[in-house]
Design a protein around this ligand. Structure first.
Ligand SMILES: [Zn+2]
Length: 161
């Protein structure tokens, strides 16, 4: 959705299915650390809270630096999209979660969350955690809006090209 708005309104160019697909992957890029952590936990037989928001791989500084580096080697348009999508991901990770992210890292390791909630109370992990997470209107409304708008934009891009 963010990629579509930026492409159309800022760059005034057409949005292709490739752009949308790559944008979706870039938007999910910060969660690679979570996938690695889940694989390690599964291998060790551990079932616990996913703590990837405590890693520097989930901090704005990392993605600001990567955006600047990308701006040196790629077209500015790609760097801007990368920065908006990855920082947008971090913003959403701070929305209605129990831990938030370390917005001030490396100055502070404190994690900030808007509307913090005790999502892991009682040992809720995995699917049980996500069910609890989306059953709150502050989370469900934006999630549904993003899902529906993203699906409609993908459908529009696929039918136009
Ligand atoms: Zn994340």
């Amino acid at each position: 959705m963010a990629a579509y708005v930026i492409e159309r309104c800022v760059f005034q160019s057409d949005v292709t299915p490739v752009t949308l697909g790559l944008s979706a992957l870039v938007g999910l890029l910060p969660d690679l650390d979570g996938l690695v952590m889940m694989a390690v936990d599964r291998r060790r037989g551990l079932k616990r809270k996913l703590r990837h928001h405590e890693f520097p791989t989930h901090t704005p500084l990392l993605y600001l630096v990567l955006t600047l580096v990308l701006g040196l080697i790629a077209p500015p348009k790609a760097a801007i999209l990368f920065g908006v999508l990855t920082l947008g991901h971090l913003f959403l990770d701070s929305w209605g979660t129990d831990d938030g992210i370390m917005w001030l890292w490396p100055l502070s390791r404190r994690q900030f969350s808007l509307f913090p909630r005790r999502l892991h109370a009682g040992g809720a992990y995995g699917l049980r955690f996500y069910r609890r997470h989306v059953r709150c209107w502050r989370v469900m409304v934006p999630e549904v809006l993003l899902l529906v708008s993203g699906s409609l934009l993908a459908l529009h891009a696929l039918t136009v090209f």
